[in-house]
Design a protein around this ligand. Structure first.
Ligand SMILES: [Zn+2]
Length: 155
């Protein structure tokens, strides 16, 4: 379910609560929502996406754009505090099945363990994690989301 229409959109379904979302919503601003990643990019990886069904960064409204920079910094700081990574990757591909989809920035802690386990970093690490296909345990996601909410609230 990664269609290019709002009706078929998994990202919209996660926001609406019609798709299961382990950890629940981590943060909501006026125009953006932050959730734990439901894919295999590891524990503590968050997704930052517009509440509105937007398929291209170029289509963001001025109000959405205005919130974006400070929000990515804020979320990255919470991921840093909570996960103690080597680096935090912030990226956006949003091209499921080669079809442009609801844009979502991935904010991923690049952990030493993951680098060592996959002998990779950067995009190669993400590809290795997708190939491995290991989705974090739901209880662990709940626990890390609680810590991430605390880190965001403490800013
Ligand atoms: Zn959508």
């Amino acid at each position: 379910m990664n269609g290019d229409t709002e009706r078929d959109c998994m990202a919209c379904g996660l926001i609406a609560g019609t798709e299961p979302l382990p950890g629940g919503t981590v943060l909501t601003t006026d125009r953006w929502v932050v959730e734990h990643c439901v894919g295999p990019l590891g524990l503590g990886t968050l997704v930052v996406k517009p509440i509105r069904h937007v398929v291209h960064v170029a289509d963001l409204a001025a109000e959405e754009t205005g919130e974006l920079g400070p929000l990515l910094q804020r979320v990255s700081a919470a991921v840093t505090t909570t996960m103690n990574p080597e680096q935090v990757y912030v990226c956006l591909w949003s091209h499921a099945g080669a079809v442009p989809g609801h844009i979502h920035f991935v904010v991923q802690p690049a952990l030493k363990d993951d680098l060592d386990r996959h002998s990779a970093y950067g995009p190669a690490l993400q590809m290795a994690m997708f190939d491995a296909g290991i989705v974090p345990d739901g209880a662990a996601v709940e626990e890390v989301c609680a810590r991430l909410r605390k880190a965001l609230a403490a800013q």
